[in-house]
Design a protein. Structure first.
Lengths: 253, 177
């Protein structure tokens, strides 16, 4: 799990930039090698409003643009035989497994924003749409990965069915466990991006994201939001639970 | 790159050890990744410039090309007996081998880094390194190789501080002998 670390006072970029700006080779070496300044920089963890944190956020945004340019909408993630499925599959969420929420009695999947048809969806209606199965690698931002099996409705098909504006920039997901995330439209329309209803050929149980979850193998694991309650198509940057704390937004793989 | 990489590794260690948090950069996973990605672009630019310079100027071919095993054995024997004759601007056989090796390590480090950053878009690269999980461990192993090189390097500088001059100053080999 992610642990928060003690945050010492940070250095402001304005305080050190006059030094950095001087082109003297030796001074640059000396500053670069100074462990003291590094110790101060460890305070820059994207949670403060320091100049260094602002610079890091700017680099993340630049990096997101590069990632969007690298993304090939036609390139498929590798698929695996059933024998490669990781068992037992690791549970992972922003909370421990005993805090998993049950599906609310009156559950329905809301569709909002730039869509023609805003009728909420039931599981039966979702099961009535064409289904797609996949065995793909789920890669966590923490570095671990595991191979799982999901099936459900391709998101591109769902978005067309509800008359979504496919030129919109973002598709945002909110979950009844308090989680949220968002993805770019190009990744939402990728053929392997699905609204998963089944895990290992069984209907999803609450810990695996019941009753419907996003499964998107071209993004890091935290984008595959579980326990969905609404989908929004929008041009306003929606952010997300982890994205707002500093995970890079695009997070494509 | 090292310190932020250790913060990322600590989020989910693939081997049974972690790096002391006091030595990491970024404070937590997101901070570590932000640092790693930011410095990555700097390293990428500087590295490409260095490789271009080393190739075009003939520095790699003239100074770093590994020599035959005989010269290597001679210089290695000298080095192990701490007989280290230094001619500024000249690289002995052990140095040639080690510098070539560490440049290759850094290249592999960049390539495995790219492969675990984009294991789908650059799937061919991840396959080259045996798939995502193995590429991740090669990335870790290369880090240790580069650290080992740096450790030996710093140790020798501590023993022969005057070599520091030839590392950072632009020296004329004949004048400063």
């Amino acid at each position: 799990m992610i642990r928060r670390h003690h945050v010492p006072p940070s250095v402001r970029l304005a305080e050190i930039s006059p030094e950095i700006a001087k082109p003297s080779r030796r001074r640059l070496l000396r500053n670069g090698l100074s462990l003291g300044s590094l110790a101060l920089l460890t305070g820059c963890d994207l949670s403060t409003h320091s100049g260094v944190d602002a610079a890091l956020w700017a680099m993340l945004r630049f990096n997101d643009r590069v990632q969007a340019a690298l993304f090939d909408p036609q390139r498929l993630a590798e698929t695996y035989p059933a024998s490669a499925i990781t068992r037992p599959f690791r549970f992972n969420a922003a909370y421990p497994i005993w805090e998993v929420r049950m599906v609310p009695e009156d559950w329905g999947l809301a569709v909002t924003g730039l869509v023609a048809d805003k009728t909420p969806w039931t599981i039966d209606r979702l099961r009535g749409l064409p289904q797609e199965a996949q065995i793909t690698r789920h890669i966590c931002i923490e570095g671990w990965s595991q191979i799982g099996q999901w099936s459900g409705v391709p998101l591109h098909l769902f978005l067309r069915r509800v008359g979504a504006d496919l030129r919109a920039r973002y598709v945002a997901f909110t979950c009844f466990d308090g989680y949220s995330t968002s993805i770019d439209m190009a990744s939402a329309l990728h053929p392997q991006t699905i609204l998963a209803l089944d895990f290992e050929q069984q209907p999803l149980t609450p810990e695996w994201g019941a009753p419907v979850r996003l499964r998107i193998p071209v993004k890091l694991g935290f984008k595959s939001a579980k326990n969905l309650e609404s989908i929004a198509v929008t041009n306003t940057y929606p952010g997300g639970f982890w994205e707002n704390q500093g995970y890079d937004w695009f997070s494509g793989v | 790159m090292f310190l932020s990489g250790w913060a990322i590794y600590n989020a989910s260690p693939s081997l049974p050890f972690t790096f002391p948090w006091g030595l990491t950069l970024g404070g937590w996973l997101a901070g570590g990744i932000a640092w790693h990605i930011s410095v990555m672009w700097v390293l990428f630019a500087v590295g490409l410039a260095y490789l271009a310079y080393g190739t075009i100027s003939g520095h790699f071919w003239r100074d770093l090309r590994p020599t035959g095993p005989r010269a290597l054995l001679r210089d290695l024997g000298n080095a192990l007996r701490f007989r280290l004759p230094h001619r500024f601007g000249h690289y002995n056989a052990v140095q040639r081998l080690l510098y070539t090796a560490v440049i290759l390590c850094i290249c592999v480090q960049v390539l495995t880094g790219l492969s675990i950053w984009k294991p789908v878009q650059l799937a061919w690269l991840a396959r080259l390194f045996g798939g995502y999980p193995l590429a991740r461990n090669i990335h870790l192993a290369m880090m240790f190789c580069i650290i080992a090189f740096l450790a030996v390097h710093l140790l020798l500088v501590a023993i022969y501080p005057r070599t520091l001059v030839s590392m950072v100053a632009s020296t004329n080999a004949e004048e400063e002998r």
